[in-house]
Every structure is written in C-alpha cells, then in structure tokens.
Design a protein around this ligand. Structure first.
Ligand SMILES: *Cc1c(COP(=O)(O)O)cnc(C)c1O
Length: 234
C-alpha cells in the first residue's frame, strides 16, 4: 500500500520532468490510472492520493468493483475491446470510451447513452502498427469514423488513442507515437475539435510525452506488477 503511494508520487514527478524535458506545457499531460486486475481497496488508495481518472478493460470486473466505489467521484474510462452486446452498460457507466474502432459500436453507444448524463467522451482507437491481431482502425479510416462520431448527438469526439507493441525499442516507439501525433494534427486541421491524444503506458510514456501525448494510461508503474487477470473475455 505504501508502495502505491511511492509509485504514484514518482510517476507524477516523472510526468512533470518529461513535460519540462520535451518543452511541453506544465500540466498538459493527464495521468489515467489503469486499474484492471486491481481491488477496489487499491483504487480507493489511489483516489485518496488525489487520482480522479481511472480506466478499466473488462466490463464485468468493473461493475463488480464499482459497487464498492460508487460514492467516490471518479471519472471512469473504458479502454478495452468492446463487444456489441456490452455497449449499453458501457454507455451507462463510463464517462469516456477510448477504444471505439467501428461505426456500429459508436452508433450503439450513441443510442444507449442516457440523456440525463453528459455526452459520452469518445476516442477512436488507432492500430498504428497495423498489426492484424490488434484492435483499432488503420490510419486511413480515422477521418471517416471521426465524421460519423461527430454526427452523433450523445457522443463527444475527443481524439485518438493507441496501444503500441511491447516489443518495440524506444526509437520505434517514438516513430509510431510521432505518426499518431501527425494523424491527430490532420484530424484537427479537418476542423474536428479534439483535445485528446491518449498514448503512453508504463513502459513507453516518456516517448509518448516526447511525441505530444496529452493523456497517459498507467497501470503497473502505479499499482505494481499486475496479477494474472481472469479470463480475457468480458
Ligand atoms: C493495461 C492497459 C494499459 C496500462 O498498461 P501498464 O503496462 O500496466 O501501464 C494502458 N492502456 C491499455 C489500453 C491497457 O489495456
């Protein structure tokens, strides 16, 4: 538990240091705590350290923990693979969905977002490494999906998200992150009002911040090595 506090402070210091090192504005990189595989007690601890944005990959695991955390004003981000039969509960329980990669999912989230809630913040997940086994759209599909999402009244298109290969070296990571930054600028230049470039995890957030990330998603560097997750199926 003390480790989480130490890790958390250390990440915050590193983010500030990298902002300075890469001439980014202070506070321009938002830290999202990825809490998949973590208990509600661990999440509460991070909350008590001041963390407000948390991300989860598996709907059922989230719903199980959410009950214990329902009185905490956290902002929840969904970052996992989305099955179409899970969209209603995602639309009802999250403030952000960062892993949208097809029109059908965007359309269902729009229909199922309760009108009494603020618009659902949405990012398009980009498969920047063009790995056929990974989720996300290829870069040439981004603008079309951006138009579709922007046309939905219950969604707010916020930007792009990506996950890199773990195996890549820092130089290759930086090249992929720079490609993402370029696509993000193209999206802006087309008139989309986006502010979120979600990239960088425990192993690669320095390169992501160097390339212009506005939001890093950190799990293990805050909570420690992740215990083996239960079934990867939702
Ligand atoms: C698990 C996960 C993370 C966090 O990874 P760590 O290596 O624990 O920092 C970030 N983004 C996504 C989409 C993830 O699935």
């Amino acid at each position: 538990m003390i480790t989480i506090a130490k890790n958390y402070l250390s990440i915050q210091e590193k983010v500030s240091a990298f902002e300075a090192k890469y001439a980014r504005d202070p506070g321009s990189v938002k830290l999202i705590a990825v809490s998949k595989g973590r208990s509600s007690e661990e999440i509460e601890l991070a909350f008590n350290l001041g963390q407000r944005d948390f991300a989860e990959n598996y709907l059922q695991e989230f719903l199980d923990k959410r009950e214990a955390l329902k009185n905490f004003p956290m902002e929840w981000h969904f970052i996992g693979r989305i099955q179409s039969n899970k969209t209603r509960e995602i639309a009802e329980n999250f403030a952000w969905v960062e892993s949208v990669d097809r029109e059908k999912i965007a359309s269902r989230l729009n229909e199922q977002r309760p009108k009494i809630l603020p618009k659902l913040n949405v990012c398009i997940e980009v498969n920047i490494s063009r790995d056929p086994n990974k989720t996300g759209v290829f870069e040439e599909e981004v603008l079309r999906l951006a138009s579709v999402i922007s046309g939905f009244e219950n969604l707010k298109f916020r930007g792009l998200m990506t996950i890199l290969h773990e195996s890549k070296n820092a130089e290759m990571q930086r090249a992929d992150f720079q490609k993402m930054k370029k696509i993000f600028e193209q999206v802006k230049n087309k008139g989309f009002e986006v502010d979120t470039l979600s990239m960088g995890m425990s192993g690669d957030f320095e390169e992501a911040i160097a390339a212009g990330s506005t939001q890093i998603r950190i799990g293990q560097a805050i909570f420690g090595k992740r215990p083996a997750l239960h079934s990867p199926v939702l």
